[in-house]
Design a protein around this ligand. Structure first.
Ligand SMILES: Cc1cc2nc3c(=O)[nH]c(=O)nc-3n(C[C@H](O)[C@H](O)[C@H](O)COP(=O)(O)OP(=O)(O)OC[C@H]3O[C@@H](n4cnc5c(N)ncnc54)[C@H](O)[C@@H]3O)c2cc1C
Length: 440
């Protein structure tokens, strides 16, 4: 057991968690049994890289899964991998890249675990081509407090298969995952960067480029106003056809302390955004970059969340349907720019129409906007409710993996399958997020 001040990635809300370690798959049922004294409900923890309170246990007692980090089977002919749920995506890549295989879907950090990626049904820059992480999981093992361990697939326990993918860790503890990888011939990504001047250009670019590229995403200058609203850099990439199959090595630095106040403020943001935007001097730049640089720029600076100071940060990530996307995203960005706040990394991404097998999966065909804000009472009182109202009116929804403020009403309206997940929830498991949005 580790007592401490462990928090979610956003460091808000503040509910320090106690960690109970598991080292073997056979430990888990016993742990769940022992921890059943905490009636509010325990929760599995992967690597704690969810921002808000969906990775915080209702009882503040977490079953830490990171030590379940063994590979079980790999078929390098078929690219099929079976590994324990505490294995991280970085560990998968270290093994699979030299064998010519890559993750089918990856989020913006490689330090998440397989269990965490499954429970949030994470998406990446290729959602328009591959859907979510859960689309590539064929089977997994599940331990619950009320039955013997089971194997779940589309055919075996299909209801628990669907409820667990994107099921926020509520339906049991995933012990291992079987994942289909994609073939690669190089560790490089052939990337093209397009500097664009306004939000309407983003919509034209994705309409033109999504059909031709595996990966597309845009960085947005969240402070730009007026006719410059939504200006940014659109990135399109594909696995290079030739190159080495080596795992790139990069020097990682760490933020050593948490400053009392946020380093992310209007002045630092303005400077960063100007340098980044005009740093792309010509309208179109092409280069081949190591996959690490393309997918995981934030992993260079470990513990960067500390830069937001002791009060922490909140990430706002929404997706709005295609029919209302341009107007709604324009409205969101105008409201954000008017406050002069936001983050160095503000991201726009078109989500495609590949349906996830998961019941509570976040993406829908439309456009997703994600950015961080230093937490403050004013943010919670003024800006977030305004942004929520725009998303609600547009028929969109917020991402539970990032959320610390969504109302119960918005959650229930935008995730109508929540009642099915509640019926299949393990009675010994519950999170602070779930209590807040599904049980009040
Ligand atoms: C820098 C950064 C970039 C990110 N980029 C993206 C992105 O591009 N796309 C995206 O979708 N997400 C993104 N995320 C969010 C992140 O991918 C998810 O929150 C992910 O689920 C975190 O995984 P984790 O292993 O840290 O799990 P945790 O955060 O510890 O837990 C997440 C959920 O998984 C459950 N869980 C963990 N392990 C198990 C298990 N073995 N069995 C059952 N349930 C389990 C937990 O109970 C919890 O509900 C990003 C996060 C960061 C910090």
């Amino acid at each position: 057991m580790t007592r401490g001040t462990l928090r979610s990635w956003g460091r808000y809300p503040y509910h320090p968690q106690i960690l109970h370690h598991c080292h073997w798959q056979s430990d888990i049922a016993r742990r769940l049994d022992e921890l059943s004294v905490f009636k509010a409900g325990v929760l599995a923890q992967g690597n704690g890289l969810s921002y808000g309170d969906s990775c915080l246990a209702a009882s503040d007692q977490l079953v830490h899964m990171r030590a379940l980090d063994r590979f079980i089977r790999a078929d390098w002919e078929l690219g099929l991998l079976v590994a324990e749920a505490g294995v991280t995506l970085a560990e998968v890549l270290a093994l699979s890249v030299p064998n010519g295989w890559f993750l089918p879907v990856t989020p913006g950090t490689k330090h998440v675990t397989l269990g965490g990626a499954l429970a949030n049904d994470v998406h990446g820059k290729n959602h328009h081509v591959r859907g979510t992480f859960g689309c590539h999981v064929s089977r997994f093992g599940l331990v619950r407090s009320d039955r013997a361990p089971i194997l779940c697939s589309r055919d075996t326990h299909p209801e628990l298969f669907a409820a667990t993918i994107g099921g926020l860790g509520l339906t049991g503890i995933v012990t291992w995952v079987e994942l289909q990888l994609i073939p690669i011939r190089s560790n490089l990504i052939d990337a093209t960067y397009f500097r664009f001047q306004a939000l309407s250009d983003f919509f034209s670019l994705y309409r033109e480029l999504d059909a031709h590229h595996e990966y597309t995403v845009a960085w947005i200058d969240c402070l730009a106003k007026g006719r410059r609203t939504g200006r940014g850099i659109f990135m399109a990439g594909d696995h290079a056809p030739h190159g080495k199959l080596e795992v790139p090595s990069r020097l990682e630095k760490r933020v050593p302390i948490t400053p009392p106040i946020s380093f992310v403020n209007h002045a630092s943001l303005r400077l960063f955004n100007l340098v980044y935007y005009y740093g792309h001097r010509v309208k179109t730049t092409k280069k081949s970059v190591a996959y690490d640089r393309f997918f995981y720029p934030l992993d260079d600076l470990l513990d960067w969340n500390r830069l937001y100071g002791r009060r922490g940060l909140q990430q706002f990530q929404c997706v709005v349907p295609d029919s209302s996307a341009e107007a709604a995203i324009g409205d969101l960005l105008a409201n954000i720019a008017a406050t002069g706040t936001g983050s160095f990394l503000a991201v726009l991404k078109r989500c495609g129409d590949i349906a996830s097998p998961g019941l509570l999966s976040f993406p829908m065909p439309g456009v997703s906007l994600a950015l961080d804000f230093p937490h403050s009472d004013k943010l919670a009182r003024d800006l977030l409710p305004r942004l929520d109202a725009i998303v609600r009116a547009a028929g969109g929804r917020l991402y539970p993996a990032k959320d610390a403020h969504m109302s119960a009403n918005d959650f229930r309206t935008s995730y109508p399958a929540y009642e099915q997940v509640e019926k299949l929830r393990d009675p010994a498991i519950n999170s602070r997020f779930w209590k807040r949005v599904a049980q009040t």
